[in-house]
Design a protein around this ligand. Structure first.
Ligand SMILES: [Zn+2]
Length: 267
């Protein structure tokens, strides 16, 4: 009797060991402005436009210190508020830069991004899809309607056409980060392909709440997360105005307002 009980316990123990561990959910963290972190189910860390030390983030130093492992840094364009802390993070972590060929070259030439972390495998351009991290992540380069210069000590230089990314995570969400952009009708072509839309609503330099709501109407994501507002006084669009505009279109259920520092889990 005791022997059969022991056998049963051993069998149960072995079964538990052999069972595949349940994959962790993908997560999305907002640092304020246009800066996001995505962690894949296998634990790879992606940053998009990582201006972690933006004025709306009260925990910038802690957040930067905590970024010890970063695999990929995505930059939508060369403006200072999007390059952000990417060079410091890249030097610390060895992260590779995902962006257009022009932006990659400008980052090395003018911003001291480590050249060995610029790779043709992580370069692309609009309409192209690249596969990264052994196929766990695929990235479609999407254009944006915005500026493409980069500030240097000698004035602005060309840094490629600005864009956005459709980042598809295996076992996780399909995330459309619009970058800085106006509304454009080709967003409609992404309809049905987006789970989480991270979109600018701040007005003045990008879409404001009205045009952002129109963009949501075109794309119809499962979740629309407003960004690029309130970082400094010039960005006057608010989530409340965005909500009101979504409501006029019967889309308010899609709004998912994140707090700075908040993390979403995606199963
Ligand atoms: Zn910009």
């Amino acid at each position: 009797m005791a022997r059969s009980l022991l056998l049963a316990i051993v069998t149960l123990f072995c079964t538990c060991l052999a069972a595949p561990a349940q994959a962790a959910p993908a997560t999305v963290t907002w640092y304020g402005h246009a800066a996001f972190k995505v962690v894949t189910p296998s634990g790879k860390v992606l940053l998009v436009d990582p201006w972690i030390s933006n004025p709306s983030n009260p925990h910038a130093k802690r957040d930067l210190d905590e970024l010890q492992q970063v695999d990929l840094i995505f930059l939508t364009h060369g403006h200072t508020d999007h390059i952000g802390d990417s060079v410091e993070i890249a030097k610390k972590t060895g992260a590779k830069l995902v962006g257009t060929f022009d932006l990659q070259k400008a980052m090395v030439a003018y911003k001291e991004f480590p050249e060995q972390q610029i790779d043709r495998a992580t370069a692309g351009s609009f309409g192209g899809t690249i596969s990264l991290l052994d196929g766990e992540v695929s990235v479609l380069f999407v254009p944006a309607v915005h500026g493409g210069s980069m500030d240097t000590a000698n004035g602005p230089v060309y840094a490629g056409h600005p864009g956005g990314f459709l980042i598809s995570v295996k076992g996780g969400p399909r995330i459309y980060h619009t970058g800085d952009t106006d509304l454009f009708n080709d967003m409609l072509l992404l309809k049905g392909q987006v789970d989480i839309m991270l979109l600018c609503i701040g007005d003045k330099f990008t879409m404001g709440p009205v045009r952002a709501a129109q963009a949501v109407d075109l794309v119809r994501p499962k979740m629309a997360v407003p960004m690029h507002f309130g970082t400094f006084p010039a960005l006057t669009g608010t989530p409340q105005q965005f909500n009101d505009e979504l409501k006029k279109r019967g889309l308010q259920k899609l709004l998912r307002q994140m707090r700075v520092g908040e993390t979403l889990s995606w199963r």
